[in-house]
Write a new protein. Structure first.
Length: 179
């Protein structure tokens, strides 16, 4: 291999290492968003039930679901883009070697995205995401609505805005599922 080929390999591997660190960081952050969301929702629902007649705090749940759900979605999108770039990077690295060295960065190019159970895994993940980020938000709105004897215009506007945002998040999660 030429001197320039060696330098290119070093550049590619440095890029790979930095991107892999970024991907790992984002995966941890994304996964922790689920736990943080569940903890916040549990705390708010618990407070609402324990204190009695404080269902007003439930109007905060859809906001939490949308904000944390959108952060979850954004990080997941970036994680996937980094993974897709690794396939291109593997092609570039493998192009620097003769055919006997093909298969470098093989894990990054494995066909896990094409596995026979991929659709099932994607459906289950979408269902979990909808339950945590969308269903819980709508549940809070329904409980709030049922608990109120009279709703003023502000309540209706707030519930409408939150419902629209939850629907947008639901659509984003569905599109992200990439069946």
């Amino acid at each position: 291999m030429s001197e320039q080929g060696n330098k290119m390999i070093d550049v590619y591997l440095a890029e790979y290492n930095k991107l892999k660190d970024e991907q790992i960081r984002r995966i941890g952050y994304r996964d922790n968003l689920l736990y943080v969301t569940l903890a916040l929702l549990g705390g708010i629902f618990s407070f609402s039930l324990k204190e009695g007649n404080t269902t007003d705090v439930l109007l905060g749940i859809p906001w939490i679901c949308v904000i944390l759900g959108w952060s979850y979605l954004t990080n997941d999108r970036k994680i996937t883009k980094i993974g897709a770039y690794f396939e291109e990077l593997a092609r570039l690295v493998n192009g620097c070697f003769d055919h006997s060295a093909q298969g470098l960065l093989g894990w990054e190019t494995s066909k896990i995205r094409k596995g026979k159970d991929r659709k099932r895994r994607k459906c289950i993940q979408l269902l979990i995401d909808w339950i945590v980020f969308v269903f819980t938000g709508f549940t809070a709105l329904v409980i709030y609505h049922l608990d109120q004897t009279t709703l003023v215009l502000f309540d209706w506007v707030m519930m409408a805005c939150e419902s629209i945002m939850l629907l947008m998040l639901s659509i984003g999660l569905y599109k992200r599922a990439d069946f």
